[in-house]
Design a protein around this ligand. Structure first.
Ligand code: IMP
Length: 499
């Protein structure tokens, strides 16, 4: 179907992810940016990493909306109120745009966006990141501590950077709480983290007090001046444009990482669903929004947490755990040059999929764990995100002799009370619950399909998709109750089949 038909009567379109992130939102935000007049982000922060490939050149952004490359065409990009705004990282990204002679004159930053402060990054890195105290494997961008401050009612917003005295007062109040946590850490470690480039290489360090409040106040007030006229009431602006201009809402992370799902502690701290995105951009509840939920044709997860269909299970989880100074991409190319998607060894199959799909984190460079598509998880996600699905990276499995899809789980754990149900060994689960106690004890039940064994990356029409692949897509639609609206067969915008 031509794109025009898909977008007929649509004025606001949202792109969200139905898995654990990294499903290709960047490509699709770029794809629909041509149609859009306004592109708005509403959740997450620099923990996101969006790779956009245009004419063979790759762009990675963490904070600026992926639509920024269309700024020069007069399109407005918005950082919404729900975003964790790190002024230092943002400033670096704008410098990259400057050095590529790319415009950002229409960029708007919500005055209500949450402000990332130095102690957020320090606490995140010391406590939760890949080499932190607990092994959640966060990206270390301060996301958890920032949202903790928010629900603890001591957070600061972008607008506070514009009012120096108020900023200082709020920061001092905030630190009454956070210095207790920070002072309980090894001061040498705090000093070390504060030398990181994301923290201005030591500019916020104080030898006696750990944090140099004066330096923070001074620097943030400089940031306030730097971002100056970009800071605005973006919600008011957006509400005025809804229904008139074409608006694209850009999701971040993925539904399965949402704070509102029971995946704790292995989730992020924002609501990554369409609800969180609407709230984070300020789109009112009664606005008509068309939602496209992305699902990769296989699954990946970066960081810790249960992953029932992981190729090679625990061995893969352990292998993908990052170690200081290593380069997994290079290491795997050297050690597993012969790994194949048809390998008997599941662990090697996982490495082959990772190499073919280039599944290495855009934000942290970590190897993403890989596994088969999981319908119990997809069924859960689409209850919230809606039934319109975009299947991405389908071409990565071109060479598979057999494609497996997880259709349900068999629970194999101890008796477990789940609401008004009792799960006992042998119970069948068709709609996943994101609790590790359950997911860690689930054995996937697979349906096997013959592969299509041909290169589909050049296909542009749905009718030209090999029959074997079409049968799998039909099955996914029936079994998960979804409508596959788009099939993506490569990273470039042309490699997109609109059904
Ligand atoms: P945080 O968002 O940095 O707190 O990390 C919490 C968890 O979410 C970790 O497992 C991260 O690896 C994961 N995560 C955060 N952002 C992304 C993303 O954009 N893609 C995939 N995983 C993410």
């Amino acid at each position: 179907m031509p794109l025009d038909d898909l977008l007929r009567d649509v004025k606001t379109l949202a792109i969200v992810c139905n898995q654990w992130g990294d499903t290709g939102k960047g490509k699709f935000v770029d794809y629909f940016s041509e149609w859009a007049d306004i592109i708005a982000r509403g959740t997450g922060g620099a923990n996101a990493g969006h790779t956009i490939s245009i004419g063979g050149k790759q762009y990675i952004f963490h904070l600026v909306p992926s639509g920024i490359i269309y700024d020069g065409q007069g399109k407005t990009n918005i950082i919404g109120r729900g975003v964790a705004f790190d002024p230092l990282i943002m400033k670096h990204e704008l410098e990259v745009l400057d050095s590529n002679s790319m415009s950002y004159e229409n960029l708007m930053i919500s005055m209500n966006a949450r402000l990332v402060l130095p102690h957020h990054l320090v606490l995140d890195r010391l406590l939760n990141s890949a080499d932190g105290q607990t092994r959640i494997g966060t990206t270390g961008k301060g996301i958890g501590p920032l949202y903790e401050d928010r629900v603890g009612r001591r957070g600061l917003t972008v607008n506070d950077m514009l009012n120096k005295d108020i900023f200082r007062r709020k920061l001092e109040k905030n630190l009454e709480h956070n210095m207790v946590l920070l002072s309980s850490r090894d001061p040498e470690k705090v000093k070390e983290v504060l030398q990181h480039k994301d923290l201005g290489e030591g500019m916020f360090y104080h030898p006696k007090k750990l944090l140099n409040i004066d330096a923070i106040v001074e620097m943030y007030s400089q940031y306030g001046r730097f971002f100056g006229t970009m800071i605005a009431d973006t919600e008011q602006f957006l509400i005025g444009e809804l229904g008139i201009k074409n608006v694209l809402l850009e999701g971040a992370q993925g539904f399965l990482l949402s704070i509102d799902e029971e995946g704790q502690p292995y989730n992020t701290s924002s609501d990554c669903s369409i609800d969180g995105l609407k709230k984070g951009t300020g789109v009112p509840h009664d606005a008509k929004v068309e939602v496209l939920g992305l699902a990769k044709f296989y699954m990946t997860r970066v960081g810790e947490g249960p992953f029932p269909t992981e190729f090679g299970g625990k061995k893969s989880e352990e292998w993908c755990r990052p170690r200081k100074g290593e380069d997994k991409r290079r290491q795997e190319r050297e050690l597993y040059a012969k790994a194949s998607v048809n390998s008997e060894d599941e662990f090697e199959k996982g490495i082959a999929v990772r190499m073919l799909g280039d599944e290495y984190g855009a934000t942290t460079g970590r190897a993403r764990r890989t596994g088969w598509l999981d319908l119990p998880l997809l069924r859960r996600a689409v209850i919230t995100n809606g039934r319109n699905v975009v299947l991405t990276k389908v071409d990565v499995l071109n060479d598979c002799d057999t494609v497996k899809i997880c259709v349900a789980y068999e629970y194999r754990g101890m008796d477990y009370v789940l609401g008004n149900e009792l799960l006992s060994s042998g119970s069948i689960i068709t709609h996943a619950q994101l609790r590790s106690e359950v997911l860690d004890n689930c054995r996937p039940m697979y349906k096997e399909f013959p592969g299509w064994k041909s290169d589909i990356s050049g296909i542009r029409k749905y009718e030209d998709i090999p029959q074997n692949l079409r049968s799998i897509i039909d099955y996914i639609e029936r079994s998960a109750g979804v409508n596959v609206a788009i099939v993506s067969v490569g990273p470039d915008r042309e490699q997109t089949i609109v059904r």
